[in-house]
Design a binder for this molecule. Structure first.
Ligand code: ADP
Ligand code: MG
Length: 693
């Protein structure tokens, strides 16, 4: 194939200078086609435009100096490493020494008296400036002002030399940059002052100055966000405009009736959330609302309002939890609220006998049941509702984004309320749950206690145990949480069991110590929790099964083992278990050998007790992967943009996407055709978008 006919899908091997060996190196970076190279963006730029006299150098920042070579020396160190030293001097006789390890081949290109430029970060060594591995440019025979002062720095792989990669990318740009189809409509480019293609691609890779390089990069980040936000806006419209849900109005009589069931008055924030709920439920469009609040802030209480609103309107309601333990917990909570109500309700778990289950499904189908609590099996299996009005999903992030799309396919169109106790930064909420309206409860119910969190060492373990014993004698209860990464990891499971065995036989012989973990049978779990709640156990050795929802006011002490193995949001969820009583909680965390990352996490954890602040800090520190745990979020899987660092662009893109979709629903205008194709290519499957608009 002649280079003239190269296109974006051509193999990199068709580029000059790229043979099988280099192609293999490029493949390691995921670069297979010429088009891939165009979108392999620099990690950063080396700015060589800061040219100074040797006398004006500052240590530690990238600068360029010009001079004549006055010394060259190569030598071999005792350990076999070879050193090349080249000294240049300016007309005043001031010197800079360039030093290279194992790169003596440089020497062959240079001679005494040659005029060169060194670019690097100087450091003062004894009596002169030194640069480690400076970039060298031979100035003789060139313009005094060499053209390219901004050098792209690419993600590399071993044995792939930066200069070679730059050369391949430059070649790819020359041959094919014109072929890349512009996705962004001219109007948007103009309004947001982003450079159009193909110039933007050139600017990202080889900008004349830093500013256009960075602006071009922003353009591509924006483009990525815009595609995502259009997909989310389209889905939102689809749900709003095409789907119909039953109207579930709540008048003053129903409102008063529901409120009578609470043993407390709702907080202001809860009231606001309820008001939003009432507004949504009286529409015939399915509500899509996210209820965000820190652990224990009273989400469930708000959800109950919605459930009862549906039932009052002669519709069925369902509450879904991510685990059976949680489903049961919600059930118990509901039982408290509904003690005096005639709502026909049932808990649908995997442990029902076939016969009971069959009857339950029958009752749900015929409408003999108003309210069902269960796990996601509720909507995944063949559970048919007579007239489902509202689904409340707890801890939605655990289900993943795609799960919600799946639920929609059931053909029923209930209202949706999604609750999450994971305090998600606003920017992320916009993106991951971009098609949801959001209510936030920041205020905790009155009398809620603080937790004092300490990071303790093994040497203090005795003290921690002593304290638990003292407090237990005074009637308090404690959790001891052991890590359990996945149920299949027998090692971790042993940890909880071993801990239980050791404590029972050792320091806590005089206390009542229970064991709760995910591998117990449903009945066993239920029994342990009941005993613990009833105060028949002093200490509960457990795993993250108690992460959310477990609500035992008398439990005010917590020990977390191997805290370095938990994510920050998980730690915070755990700690939320001991804020329910009327004395402040105490949480002691032990950490094994920890990475720097884990140390920072634990420091944040001990310092900050507000879940939202914690989430923001954590996201700033580490990006989002950490925050969400290892689970993949298809939607948040971005190539160029960072939801936290680039949040201004994310919000701009969201505004533009919403405007675009409302002005041209379906993106039918010719100037939006390319954009539409890009959205469907990227998100059509993930978000179940048959079409846009
Ligand atoms: P979340 O679901 O956000 O974890 P819950 O709704 O389960 O929070 O409430 C946590 C605890 O606080 C429960 O024991 C509940 O009874 C209590 N609670 C909720 N709202 C209030 C309120 N407004 N006043 C007093 N207690 C409340
Ligand atoms: Mg709860």
């Amino acid at each position: 194939m002649a280079t003239a006919t190269l296109n974006l899908d051509s193999s990199v091997q068709y580029l000059k200078g790229v043979g099988p060996a280099r192609a293999e190196l490029l493949a390691k970076l995921g670069l297979h086609t010429v088009g891939d190279l165009l979108f392999h963006f620099p990690r950063s730029y080396d700015d060589l435009s800061d040219v100074r006299g040797i006398g004006a150098l500052t240590g530690g920042i990238l600068q360029t100096v010009h001079g004549e070579i006055v010394e060259m020396e190569g030598k071999t160190l005792p350990d076999g490493r070879q050193i090349l030293s080249i000294v240049i001097a300016d007309p005043q006789g001031k010197c800079v020494e360039g030093v290279w390890f194992n790169q003596v081949y440089h020497a062959s290109q240079h001679r005494f008296g040659q005029r060169v430029a060194f670019s690097g970060k100087p450091k003062w060594y004894r009596d002169h400036w030194q640069m480690n591995h400076p970039r060298v440019e031979i100035l003789e025979g060139k313009d005094p002002e060499p053209a390219n002062k901004i050098i792209p720095v690419y993600p590399l792989t071993e044995n792939l030399y930066p200069d070679k990669l730059r050369e391949s990318i430059r070649q790819a740009l020359s041959l094919t940059a014109e072929q890349v189809i512009e996705i962004l409509p001219a109007a948007l480019l103009g309004r947001r002052k982003f450079p159009p293609l193909p110039g933007a691609l050139w600017d990202v890779h080889f900008p004349e100055n830093l500013a256009p390089g960075l602006q071009a990069r922003r353009r591509f980040i924006y483009e990525e966000f815009l595609i995502l936000q259009i997909a989310l806006a389209a889905r939102r419209r689809e749900l709003r405009d095409r789907r119909r849900a039953p109207k579930l109005p709540v008048d003053e009589v129903i409102d008063a009736h529901i409120r009578r069931l609470y043993p407390f008055a709702l907080t202001n924030d809860q009231d606001k959330a309820v008001a939003a709920l009432r507004r949504d439920l009286k529409q015939d469009r399915p509500m899509q609302r996210l209820l965000q609040a820190d652990v224990g802030a009273g989400k469930t209480a708000v959800a109950v309002y919605g459930l009862l609103a549906a039932v009052a309107n002669k519709h069925q309601a369902a509450l879904m939890a991510p685990t059976e333990v949680l489903a049961r917990q919600h059930w118990d909570t509901l039982e408290q609220y509904l003690a005096k109500s005639r709502v026909r309700r049932l808990l649908l778990t995997g442990s029902l006998s076939t016969k009971v289950r069959k009857q339950a499904l029958e009752d749900i189908r015929t409408g003999n049941i108003d309210l069902v609590v269960g796990t996601q099996a509720l909507v995944q299996e063949d559970v048919e509702f007579a007239r489902l009005g509202l689904v409340v999903i707890d801890e939605q992030h655990k289900f993943g984004v795609n799960q919600r799309a799946r639920i929609k396919k059931l053909g029923v169109d209930p209202h949706y309320l999604v609750m999450t106790a994971t305090p998600i930064p606003r920017t992320v909420a916009l993106t991951v749950f971009g098609d949801l309206d959001t209510s936030i409860i920041r205020q905790l119910p009155p009398g809620r206690q603080k937790v004092v969190t300490r990071w303790v060492t093994e040497a203090q373990r005795e003290t921690t145990y002593e304290h638990i014993r003292d407090q237990a004698k005074a009637g308090r209860q404690a959790y001891i949480v052991c890590p359990l990464v996945a149920e299949s990891e027998t090692l971790d499971l042993k940890a909880a069991k071993t801990m239980h065995a050791e404590l029972t036989a050792g320091v806590f012989t005089d206390l009542r110590v229970g064991l709760l973990h995910g591998r117990l049978s449903d009945d066993a779990k239920k029994r342990v929790m009941q005993d613990y709640r009833a105060g028949k156990l002093d200490v509960l050795v457990t795993t993250v099964v108690i992460e959310v929802g477990v609500d035992v006011p008398n439990a005010t002490l917590m020990v977390i083992e191997h805290a370095e193995r938990f994510g920050l949001s998980q730690l915070h969820q755990l700690r939320g278990r001991i804020t329910r009583g009327n004395v402040s909680g105490e949480c002691d965390v032990f950490a094994g050998t920890s990475t720097e990352d884990a140390r920072q996490r634990l420091k944040l954890f001990t310092r900050i007790s507000d879940g939202f602040a914690l989430a923001e800090e954590d996201a700033k520190l580490r990006g989002l992967g950490e925050f969400f745990g290892t689970r993949q979020h298809g939607v948040a899987d971005l190539r160029f943009g960072d939801l936290i660092a680039d949040r201004d662009l994310l919000e701009t893109a969201r505004d533009d996407a919403i405007a675009l979709v409302s002005e041209d629903a379906g993106l039918k205008k010719p100037e939006h055709a390319a954009l539409k194709r890009a959205v469907l290519d990227r998100y059509g499957k993930t978000l179940d978008l048959a079409t846009i608009g």
